[in-house]
Design a protein around this ligand. Structure first.
Ligand SMILES: Nc1ncnc2c1ncn2[C@@H]1O[C@H](COP(=O)(O)OP(=O)(O)OP(=O)(O)O)[C@@H](O)[C@H]1O
Ligand SMILES: [Mg+2]
Length: 362
């Protein structure tokens, strides 16, 4: 078997730096070494590309010490043009070649990683990469545009209003009436964030201004969204091979207990507050309906590679909350869990993503 070279790219400038490192630890520990030569490249919190150690244990998720990419002084030199696939590194020993690379696997979350920017870099220098392209990544990052595109494709989303601080102040009564049209309660959230930061549940209209200020602290646009009543169901999508239809996993469910909603604390700090149940208890026809909506949503944003699609299931309808174009991918995250429950192991999933990255025509 010819061995191919993959750059595993992780860390990054966003607040999800450590989660990305933990994923890297999982991937380094599970990837098929006979098939893939792995070059670990870390991005420091300041955005420097450094050659990292190939050590799964170094990046294990330890609550007392979150893993991170520390600047070790080395610097990665990406290929100079589309005519070259050669990766180089400069460190205290001088400059040397790391050989030709076949594909990049960016496992970055949030801004400068999941939003199309790093994907643009690989387009510019002509390197194949895993996952979503520029358009799907930037759409997925922005909840307003995700919903706009989904709605245009006839996919159910929660009714919403998007507003900037300028619009709110200049035409307060008009925007307030639009918000009131949604009915209480509403959820207020930044258009581009993640991990539930800046998200508030508003149960009385006098809380709305405060909730908007909280959301605007994270982004210049805030969404005011009608609260959906139902179960939180998620599933994992893999692009089809050879131009085939997207493949959709079984469903997972977020069961939140003792908290108002799936907020930041429930996600990362209070593991007694939430259960990730997979497979979720759905009837066959409900699962089939969810899988159809997930595949359509993935196609609507022009997805490639993978995505996690998050829903509110009202008991009759699957309302799409959002798509994550580089979902959490540690061995215990929902995305791999959904595939494991569908019969695809973590190692097989990594392999499949790399093969898809190699075959995707951008
Ligand atoms: N319209 C809504 N109706 C009911 N609950 C909601 C609504 N919007 C958000 N929530 C609750 O708030 C949580 C976080 O909201 P959302 O998923 O939009 O934020 P996020 O920051 O994008 O999270 P992620 O880390 O998944 O990207 C949801 O999981 C859900 O519990
Ligand atoms: Mg979410």
């Amino acid at each position: 078997m010819t061995q191919r070279a993959v750059v595993l790219l992780f860390g990054g400038r966003s607040s999800e730096h450590s989660i990305s490192c933990a994923t890297a630890g999982g991937v380094l520990g599970a990837i098929d070494r006979e098939k893939w030569r792995v070059i670990p490249v870390g991005i420091t919190r300041d955005g420097a590309f450094v050659l990292e150690e190939d050590d799964p244990a170094k990046f294990a998720l330890d609550p007392s010490k979150l893993p991170e990419v520390v600047d070790n002084g080395s610097r990665i030199r990406w290929p100079e043009s589309v005519l070259s696939r050669e990766l180089r590194v400069v460190d205290e020993q001088g400059e040397r070649s790391l050989g030709e690379i076949d594909v990049v696997f960016p496992i970055l979350h949030g801004p400068w990683g999941e939003d199309g920017t790093v994907q643009g870099l690989f387009e510019l220098i002509g390197l194949p990469y895993v996952g979503n392209g520029v358009l799907a990544s930037s759409l997925g990052m922005d909840k307003h545009y995700t919903k706009t595109v989904l709605e245009a494709a006839g996919i159910d989303v929660a009714p919403w209003v998007t507003v900037s601080p300028q619009q709110w102040r200049n035409d307060h009564d008009l925007w307030h009436r639009r918000a009131e049209g949604l009915g209480l309660p509403v959820f207020v959230k930044p258009a581009r964030a993640g991990s539930s930061v800046g998200v508030t549940k508003v149960t009385a209209w006098d809380q709305l201004d405060g909730a908007l200020e909280t959301a605007w602290a994270h982004d210049g646009k805030a969404l005011i969204e009608q609260a959906m009543v139902g179960r939180e169901i998620e599933c994992a999508v893999l692009a089809g091979r050879d131009g085939g239809a997207p493949r959709v996993s079984v469903a997972g469910e977020i069961v939140v207990t003792g908290r108002e909603f799936y907020d930041f604390e429930a996600k990362y700090l209070d593991d007694s507050a939430v259960d990730l149940v997979c497979p979720a208890d759905l009837r066959d026809e409900e699962l089939a309906a969810m899988q159809r909506v997930a595949a359509r949503a993935f196609e609507a944003i022009d997805g490639s590679g993978l995505a996690r699609v998050d829903f509110f299931f009202t008991g009759t309808d699957f309302i799409v909350n959002e798509l994550n174009t580089m979902p959490g991918f540690t061995p215990i995250s929902m995305f791999p869990k959904c595939w494991i429950a569908s019969g695809v192991s973590y190692a097989e999933l990594i392999d499949e993503l790399l093969e898809l990255g190699l075959e995707t025509v951008r």
